[in-house]
Design a protein around this ligand. Structure first.
Ligand SMILES: [Zn+2]
Length: 81
C-alpha cells in the first residue's frame, strides 16, 4: 500500500468514526443536563420547569421539604410568597 493510499484510508476511517464519536459526546452532554442517572426531576414551583437536584441553579429547604429552582430569580420569587 502506498503512503497516499494509507492517508486516504485514514481520512475515510475518520469520516466514519468521528460522527459516531461526536454523537456519543452529544448524548453524554444531554445526560449531564438531565441530572444524574436515575435521578428524579423536581418541579420548579415558580415556572414549573423540570429541575434536577444535581444541577439546580438554586435550592431551598422550607417546612422540611426541599425545593429546587431553575434560577436564583425563581428562588427569590418563591421566598416572596
Ligand atoms: Zn424557574
Amino acid at each position: 500500500m502506498k503512503i497516499k493510499d494509507i492517508t486516504t484510508f485514514l481520512v475515510i476511517l475518520a469520516a466514519i468514526i468521528l460522527p459516531v464519536a461526536c454523537g456519543q459526546n452529544a448524548s453524554t452532554d444531554q445526560a449531564a443536563q438531565g441530572g444524574e442517572p436515575g435521578e428524579t426531576a423536581q418541579i420548579d414551583p415558580i415556572c414549573n420547569m423540570k429541575v434536577f437536584p444535581s444541577n439546580a441553579k438554586a435550592s431551598l429547604e422550607k417546612d422540611g421539604k426541599n425545593y429546587y429552582f431553575c434560577s436564583p430569580h425563581c428562588k427569590e420569587e418563591f421566598e416572596k410568597q
